[in-house]
Design a protein around this ligand. Structure first.
Ligand code: NAD
Length: 302
């Protein structure tokens, strides 16, 4: 990136008033995608910092993906976010992967360095940073994690890479069980973290793991529509006060799980908003080299 083109100074107009012949384009390639908060988040952050970037959504499915990724090179776009159904599919069109992306076998962010496309996954970084923002350090600690899907996989991988000592993963026997097995194998092979897989239907084992952990993270989406009034943990006595309870759901802001944890007097009870902002901030940093003004974004958008 040429530094001189990177910044427009002295302009405080609407976002469209900023665009010129030097504007860097960032995309979001997914389908469906029009509902996404990411364009609002990134464009507000670009405007706040006076960065000559713009972020647009493109409705891209697996079929359109090869040409869309080639367009990143052809149009000299700075990069793109990638979401479903393209997070795994996109890998074969990229040149390089970050270590976390390779372990997750998934990409949510592409960076274009002079035609060389590198894939990253920033959800796990966002998870860890959102804990750090609250003064919570889980390095060397034990985690109990429900789920093995698009959110849980990067959470487990990044936590393991960052030094969490043990992760007990619980999942139901659905189509994500094989991914859960893969996550455990990869973490045990490539990090110092000890990972194990457990059946979520075994409530005694689940209760034991929660009582022994420092952080319980639910990354299943139970607690979000259409399962809004549900939680995997109904009994506050399963929790202990010194732990952290983290729900990746961000709508509603307070899930049923969070209410149970609050009733138990749990010290730190978090929803997924911080993770959502910080995963965006990590991508923003990769594209622009700048720190996203996350406090501002939290006020303006969420
Ligand atoms: P996914 O479909 O990829 O994975 C869902 C996981 O939950 C799987 O492991 C599945 O086996 C399990 N699961 C599904 N239904 C279940 C049930 N009834 N009981 C127990 N387990 C069940 O979904 P995802 O993309 O990983 O999203 C999960 C949640 O995380 C959603 O609420 C999503 O909004 C949220 N999310 C938040 C962020 C963030 O930045 N805060 C980012 C991504 C996803």
């Amino acid at each position: 990136m040429e530094e001189k083109k990177n910044k427009i100074t002295g302009v405080n107009g609407p976002i469209n008033g900023w665009l010129d012949g030097h504007t860097y384009l960032i995309g979001l390639m997914a389908y469906p995608i029009r509902h996404s908060m990411s364009p609002t988040m990134h464009n507000n952050a670009f405007a706040k910092l006076g960065l000559n970037f713009t972020y647009l959504c493109f409705e891209i499915d697996n079929k359109k993906l090869p040409k869309a990724v080639e367009a990143i090179r052809t149009l000299d776009m700075r990069g793109s976010n990638v979401s479903m159904p393209n997070k795994k599919e996109v890998i074969k069109y990229l040149d390089k992967l970050s270590p976390a992306s390779e372990m997750c076998d998934a990409v949510n962010t592409i960076v274009n360095d002079n035609g060389v496309l590198t894939g990253y996954t920033t959800d796990g970084i966002g998870f860890m940073k959102s804990l750090e923002d609250e003064g919570i350090d889980i390095r060397g600690k034990k985690m109990c994690l429900a789920g093995a899907g698009g959110a849980a996989t990067p959470i487990a991988v990044q936590a393991a890479l960052d030094g969490v000592s043990e992760i007990e993963i619980f999942n139901i026997h659905d189509d994500k069980w094989a991914q859960a097995e893969k996550n455990v194998k990869t973490i045990n092979e490539k990090t110092n973290c000890k990972a194990s897989l457990h059946d979520l239907e075994d409530k005694d084992d689940f209760k034991r793991a929660i009582s022994e952990c420092d952080i319980y993270c639910d990354a299943t989406g139970v607690g979000m529509k259409p399962l809004e009034d549900m939680t995997l943990v109904e009994d506050p006595s399963w929790f202990h006060k010194d732990m952290t309870v983290f729900d990746t759901v961000y709508a509603p802001r307070t899930t049923k799980l969070m209410k149970v944890a609050q009733k138990a007097g749990v010290k730190h009870v978090l929803n997924g908003i911080g993770m959502m902002i910080e995963q965006g901030a990590a991508a923003f940093k990769l594209w622009t080299g700048e720190d996203m003004p996350t406090d501002y974004i939290r006020q303006v958008i969420f």
